[in-house]
Design a binder for this molecule. Sequence first.
Ligand code: ZN
Ligand code: ZN
Length: 107
Amino acid sequence: MTTTHSITEVELTDAHIVVEWSDGHVSVYDPREVRINCGCAQCVEEWSRRKLLDPATVPADIRAEDYLMVGKYAVQFLWSDAHFTGIYTFETLRRLCDCEECRVARG
Ligand SMILES: [Zn+2]
Ligand SMILES: [Zn+2]
């Protein structure tokens, strides 16, 4: 059984993206990690899923300047490198959470 997680709150700071989940979990992301995992057509080739984005081109101090909730299933970030086409589904964001608890849950 897969659980669908939903996001109740997103907070953007200079150093982090903080996401609060409906189950009470809080994820703290390194903005660069999230940016590198962008799955839009500019960053990932659609038919082959080959990564087009070279992580070396993503600035170390990249941050999310704004965000938008997309329906009830995803979040879109506006990055400080002016990239904004990536839509992160809740499941993707939850998968990117690298806290101890999530790592254990993933096995
Ligand atoms: Zn992208
Ligand atoms: Zn987590």
